[in-house]
Design a protein around this ligand. Structure first.
Ligand code: UFG
Length: 326
């Protein structure tokens, strides 16, 4: 299939491009390089610099490429994804994440592209009832990031109904780790996610880290999350794309592991390799206590289960950061 990957120079996008190319698909990457890296784009993919909120530039790229061969699928990864940043700057999140999706959908409609794979998030569930989320769980985001993804999911649903499109919406839980080649991983300035922050601290790239809150209603007082390797997430996109395009169907699917680990567990796992200089601080705004996926639907519909566990996640990110010294 010919696939347009918007945000394909970013973390999850670049890993998905690797999986698509490994599976023999033709890939065109569009990225504005705001957080993505040109070097992260697989050498066998075509690359265009373009912004998801700019209809004219997206339209031109799709027009030029479609002359060679029309697209079968668009994948959307071009989102702002940092929960605390969204709490501080909601406008940025509504503009990039919601207006960006609307623009992309308009371009797809204009060019008659029928299939979209959309990166959504566990943050659409908010607190979750007992912290275990099935796709039927109530959606009640507690931060602007989750809200913008939920609005986008609904918008995609309405476009699909109006224009006969298929979608596969993936709700990711906590994605971490790096590609086995160690060529791509989560590389950017001012990282805030727990896995890279802990590993940077272990490697001395950061002096110290803070655990945000130790009085949550969880087994050790720190927040519990469902960690999933980025290459497992990426491979699910290859399966999801085939499923919706061949069966002319739409799906919403959690991508997680059915298992939760606390912030303390992450530190302990990293400390199997190196000590981590950490302190305990106040809770961070917008953090739910516990978010764990039920991944039953991914298994039933796509035959997908994660192949890598927490120790693989930590080890791959650790090796990646040792190599890139970041
Ligand atoms: N944390 C710390 N110290 C740090 C960084 C994080 O204690 O320096 C804690 C957070 O407070 C939170 C946990 O580690 O309790 C995980 O935080 P992350 O920032 O790594 O990830 P989030 O759970 O906030 O968000 C991530 C993605 C979202 C996704 C969500 C789903 O960024 O896109 O997981 O669970 F929605």
């Amino acid at each position: 299939m010919k696939v347009c990957v918007v945000g394909g120079a970013g973390y999850i996008g670049s890993h998905t491009v690797y999986e698509l190319i490994d599976a023999g698909h033709e890939v065109v990457v569009v990225d504005n390089l705001s957080t993505g890296l040109k070097d992260a784009v697989h050498k066998d993919a075509s690359f265009y610099e373009g912004d998801i909120t700019d209809f004219a530039s997206l339209d031109k790229i799709i027009t030029d490429e479609s002359r060679k061969k029309p697209f079968d699928v668009v994948m959307h990864f071009a989102a702002k994804i940092v929960v605390p940043e969204s709490v501080k700057n909601p406008s940025l999140y509504y503009y990039n994440n919601v207006e960006g999706v609307r623009t992309l959908l308009d371009v797809m409609v204009k060019h008659g592209i029928k299939n979209i794979i959309f990166s959504s998030t566990a943050a659409v569930y908010g607190e979750g009832k007992d912290g275990i989320c099935t796709e039927e769980s109530e959606t009640k985001p507690i931060n602007p990031y989750g809200e913008t993804k939920l609005v986008s999911e609904k918008m995609i649903g309405w476009f699909a109904q109006a224009y006969g499109m298929n979608y596969c919406i993936f709700r990711y839980f906590n994605v971490a780790g790096a590609h086995k080649s160690l060529e791509i991983g989560l590389l950017r300035d001012h990282l805030t996610h727990i896995v890279p922050v802990t590993i940077q601290t272990a490697l001395g790239i950061r002096e110290k880290m803070t655990v945000f809150g130790s009085d949550y209603d969880t087994y050790d007082g720190t927040c519990v999350r469902d960690y999933i390797h980025v290459s497992d997430i990426a491979y699910a996109h290859v399966l999801g794309m085939k499923h919706i395009a061949l069966n002319n169907i739409s799906e919403i699917i959690n991508l997680g592991s059915n298992q939760g680990f606390s912030v303390k567990d992450i530190i302990s796992e990293v400390e199997k390799h190196h000590p981590v200089n950490h302190e305990y601080g106040a809770r961070r705004e917008g953090d739910p206590a516990k978010l764990i996926a039920s991944n039953k639907r991914a298994k039933e519909i796509l035959g997908w289960t994660p192949k890598r566990d927490l120790s693989d996640i930590i080890l791959s990110d650790l090796e990646f950061r040792k190599r890139h010294k970041k």
